[in-house]
Design a protein around this ligand. Structure first.
Ligand SMILES: O=C1O[C@H](COP(=O)(O)O)[C@@H](O)[C@H](O)[C@H]1O
Length: 222
């Protein structure tokens, strides 16, 4: 694990967008298409703003999410809606978005459908993860129903997750995230930095972020 510290969040957003755009270009140099996987939540918006303007061959890029709340895109809880507003605009509007939410399906049927849909596009070329102060990443929450299945080495691509106090969710499984060719984690503030340091001594059951830290670059600003 490598940690990059930035002077402030704006510098981080520009820096991470550049790194991701470079990793996409590297993939597209040797592959017909690239798969970029990004988080939702509150942290990545400014990175998306910068990345959407990057000069990348976007029409050869598939984009999906690390996880999704099981709500449709009219909800302000929808990670997919965030992507459409902040990432899939400007030059990046030419990318092909593969949403994780399935209208009219419950989360179990939806996860099976997503697993089939994404199987042919793997491995992930470029991955950006977020993390909560509770050490969850994607929708892999400590203590959640579905966490053990999502941590299994033979887990399907995507699984339903039920965490206390949360709407049902769908998450990519730990091995799919961990196998990404270029892996990045964005965290802000002292609380999350301390949580990440604690996670390194914990099991993925207690600190799910620990399952995906192999060869990752952590991007941090206060
Ligand atoms: O619920 C979620 O939380 C994590 C962390 O979000 P943040 O708001 O603390 O940045 C996020 O990575 C994940 O995609 C999202 O669904």
């Amino acid at each position: 694990m490598k940690i990059e510290d930035y002077l402030d969040r704006e510098m981080l957003a520009i820096g991470v967008a550049n790194v991701m755009a470079g990793a996409l270009e590297n993939t597209l140099f040797t592959h017909e298409r690239a798969l970029m996987v990004v988080p939702g939540g509150t942290s990545p918006g400014p990175i998306f703003d910068a990345l959407s303007a990057a000069s990348v061959d976007w029409d050869r890029v598939d984009v999906t999410l690390t996880d999704e709340r099981w709500v449709d895109e009219t909800s302000d809880r929808s990670n997919g809606a965030l992507l459409r507003r902040r990432l899939l605009v400007d030059r990046a509007a030419a990318a092909r978005f593969k949403p994780l939410y399935r209208d009219g399906m419950d989360v179990d049927a939806g996860a099976a459908d997503v697993s089939g849909d994404l199987a042919d596009t793997l491995p992930i070329s470029v991955l950006l993860l977020g993390m909560g102060a509770d050490m969850h990443t994607a929708s892999l929450f400590p203590g959640a129903e579905g966490l053990d299945a999502a941590l299994a080495p033979d887990a399907p691509v995507a699984l339903p997750i039920h965490a206390e106090g949360q709407e049902p969710r769908i998450s990519l499984s730990a091995h799919v995230l961990n196998d990404a060719m270029s892996k990045h984690l964005v965290i802000f503030g002292a609380e999350k930095r301390a949580a990440l340091e604690r996670a390194m001594d914990l099991t993925p059951q207690d600190a799910p972020i620990a399952a995906v830290l192999e060869d990752i670059t952590v991007h941090w600003a206060d």
